[in-house]
Design a protein around this ligand. Structure first.
Ligand code: C5P
Length: 218
């Protein structure tokens, strides 16, 4: 029997991580934060000062990096045995991830790493192309979005809570720029899967979104 998958795709800051983690917990399923795989690769490349226009060199790092995920209340990620969790959320990490994510061979090199998360009793996978490319046969698909302003506001609040200095207007510009790059790239662009449920969470509580997603599974 194939393992059921719920995919939650959408732009940066739409709340996919929060919703996916909570839904996975409620269902007792595994959780894949695919963005963290792109982010981990970005960290590896920055550490090794790899030229971000050298696709072959990036693929080599993608194929050889050793990633370990520990999913407790907080996701802990180890790159080649070293805890990189604190660097995952940095803006430079996210921006670098989005730059290398346009490269088709890099996406191909990360495909199997993502599909390996499909383990019994089920998987909640969050990203940009979960329902369209990585798990096209997923049982249930959601496209979760919110306005760019609302997403920037949420990100601002998150960073402030972590004691990281942030500027709302530059966050909004960053988010719009990342949306554009993610949507316009030729390979696996951010797009809604044909049979996905569309949810705009701009004016919704977390509980209300979770309820809609669980209804889909039921
Ligand atoms: O979701 P998150 O913000 O962590 O992702 C960081 C970047 O990785 C995104 O801006 C996107 O460019 C890329 N990404 C992707 N495909 C995914 C997940 C993330 O291209 N499935």
């Amino acid at each position: 029997m194939t393992v059921p998958v719920l995919t939650i795709d959408g732009p940066s800051g739409a709340g996919k991580g929060t919703i996916s983690r909570l839904v996975a917990k409620k269902l007792g399923w595994n959780y894949l934060d695919s963005g963290s795989i792109y982010r981990s690769l970005a960290i590896a490349l920055l550490q090794q000062t790899v030229d971000l226009s050298d696709e072959a060199a990036i693929v080599k790092v993608a194929e050889t990096m050793d990633l370990a995920f520990e999913c407790g209340d907080e996701l802990i990620v180890k790159l080649n045995g070293v805890d990189i969790t604190a660097q995952l959320g940095l803006e430079t990490t996210g921006n670098t991830a989005s730059i290398i994510a346009v490269l088709p061979e890099v996406r191909q090199a990360l495909l199997q790493k993502q599909q390996n998360f499909r383990q019994s009793p089920g998987l909640v996978a969050d990203g940009r192309d979960m329902g369209t490319v990585v798990f096209p046969d997923a049982t249930s698909k959601v496209f979760l979005t919110a306005s760019a302003e609302e997403r920037a506001r949420r990100r601002y609040k998150q960073l402030k809570e972590k004691g990281i200095d942030a500027n709302l207007s530059s966050l909004t510009l960053d988010i719009e720029e990342r949306d554009r790059r993610d949507s316009e790239r030729a390979t696996a662009p951010l797009a809604m899967a044909e049979n996905a449920l569309y949810i705009d969470s701009s004016n919704m509580s977390i509980d209300a979104v979770i309820e809609e997603v669980l209804n889909l599974i039921r």
